[in-house]
Design a protein. Sequence first.
Length: 155
Amino acid sequence: MEAVWADMRLTQLPSWISPPPHNWGLPRRGKLSADEWGVICLIFLPITLIRLWFEKTGREKHLLKNFMDLVTAIRIATSLVSSTQRVQIYNECIFRYVKGLQELYPDKHLLPVHHAALHLGHIMELFGPVHSHNAAFFERYIKFLHRMNINQKPG
């Protein structure tokens, strides 16, 4: 975490990208938004992990390759454009990522989200870029609902 935080302080983001909180990951920080997780996972973690693990061998190298397959798949899936070639690359990356998870964590079970990600390439072929039918609208309402007092007591 310290290495990622240090790299965050040294990284200048474009003006249209809001930086996540500097102390993300600490219990006192609380929950992060989907956008904040996206910036951490697609920008800051690749910077730090490539710097730390690129020349490593063994498990760390495998973890880096696996994570970068996920990053590549997410970047393609969230792109504003789509093509047959991009869908093919997405499918290759996401299949390698899921297979890598099974190799890296043989004692863990895959989650439904992993299964759903394996179908996203087909969905992109049918309906085009994911941004045209994503859930950003619902994310705002989920955030709103998290702030509501739902303890069944007035006030």
